[in-house]
Design a protein around this ligand. Structure first.
Ligand SMILES: Cc1ncc(COP(=O)(O)O)c(C=O)c1O
Length: 364
């Protein structure tokens, strides 16, 4: 399977976002009739043998893609990454305890707001003072001792910043990887729980992937409703109630695609190359374009930038649309422009976009 573009336009949306073309073609077929069962994937019982196999393969392929050790549980949940903001605090921020949070953008601000409804939060880094233009180095982070966990977000989708390294912490690390999961290798010795809304690098919106160290599950309070309790969900292998069967199926197909493309090593190298192509076009026209993130932590997934004047931003959107490019408007909180180039976004799309950046700057 290779990534090709056909009659589809270049979709730079931040999420839901471009999915691998071979995956979509397989899904078209499996929606009608999966595994020669005469029934489509959305019509199969979540307890029947066809879905048993879909789930088993999705877990196994996820483990293979991420090189996830056996002492981690892989869970498929619902409610988006936003439900995780509350749920992780409900499970791991007990009464009288405190958790460290790094505030690096809009999504972490929301996660902090939710956690504060459950318990005590120490904001160990507050990025709003510098307009969220970077992710902090260890010497900018002020952790409290004996915290229940440290929560942060590896890639800030709106500002286009990312952590290059995992921050130091004595407490367990819980991480929102919604916009860069499986875009690069993950050092599992450093994380205790990772979660990601599916709609950027994994599959359809609504489904969430949670990868959690088994020892963390012992801490989940029995008093929680079962649908909010990681341990209860893990005990039922993500099938405590009817799971998002299509979302799990599609994620499973994306895992297979990553493996066929050469795994995370190849995907990471490709992502570096893709982002380089675009940053190079922006940097070599720096009298016309300004990038948002500091150089130290430029995202490989979301490239936020603006032209020299807002009227050119508007014109940029208009002219790029005529070239078959969409989804380039910046987030409403930041303005400007943003190109999201997740795993499935093709290299040739980045090349075409770089050409457009150069031509647009020269013309205006
Ligand atoms: C980093 C990050 N975290 C959380 C979310 C929220 O995800 P959801 O809409 O699935 O709740 C997003 C959405 O774009 C995101 O980019």
């Amino acid at each position: 399977m290779t990534t090709t573009t056909t009659d589809r336009i270049l979709n730079f949306s931040a999420g839901p976002a471009t999915l691998p073309e071979p995956v979509l073609r397989q899904a078209q077929s499996d929606l009608w009739n999966i595994a020669n069962s005469g029934i489509g994937i959305c019509e199969h019982s979540h307890r029947g043998p066809v879905f048993d196999n879909v789930l088993k393969e999705a877990v196994a392929d996820c483990r293979a893609v991420g090189t996830i050790p056996d002492d981690f549980e892989i869970l498929f949940l619902q409610g988006g990454a936003t439900l995780q903001f509350a749920m992780l605090a409900m499970n791991f921020l007990g009464e009288g305890e405190v958790a460290n949070y790094l505030n690096t953008g809009v999504w972490t601000t929301k996660s902090i707001k939710e956690a504060k409804k459950i318990g005590n939060v120490n904001i160990a880094f507050e990025g709003s003072a510098c307009n969220f233009d970077h992710c902090p180095a260890d010497d900018e982070i002020h952790l409290v001792d004996d915290a229940s966990y440290l929560h942060y977000c590896t890639n800030n989708t709106i500002y286009g910043t990312r952590f290059v390294n995992v921050p130091s912490s004595n407490a367990p690390i819980i991480c929102d990887m919604s916009s860069d999961i499986f875009s690069r290798a993950i050092d599992w010795s450093k994380f205790d729980m990772v979660y990601a809304g599916a709609q950027k690098n994994l599959g359809p919106s609504g489904t969430v992937l949670v990868i959690i160290r088994k020892s963390m599950l012992e801490k989940c309070p029995d008093t929680l409703p079962v649908t909010l309790n990681y341990s209860a969900i893990a005990a039922k292998g993500s099938r405590l109630n009817t799971p998002p069967t299509f979302g799990i199926y599609l994620m499973g197909q994306v895992f297979k695609w990553i493996l066929e493309e050469g795994g995370l090593q190849e995907i990471e190298a490709r992502n570096e190359h893709k982002a380089d192509i675009i940053y190079h076009a922006l940097d070599s026209n720096s009298d016309f374009y300004t990038t948002f993130a500091r150089d130290c932590c430029r995202s490989r997934m979301n490239i936020s930038f603006k032209t020299k004047a807002p009227e050119f931003d508007a014109l940029f959107l208009e002219e790029s649309a005529t070239q078959g490019m969409s989804g380039l408007k910046g987030h409403r909180d930041l303005g400007g422009l943003r190109a999201s180039v997740y795993n499935a976004f093709p290299v040739e799309g980045c090349e075409r976009f770089a050409e457009f950046l150069k031509t647009f700057a020269a013309a205006h």
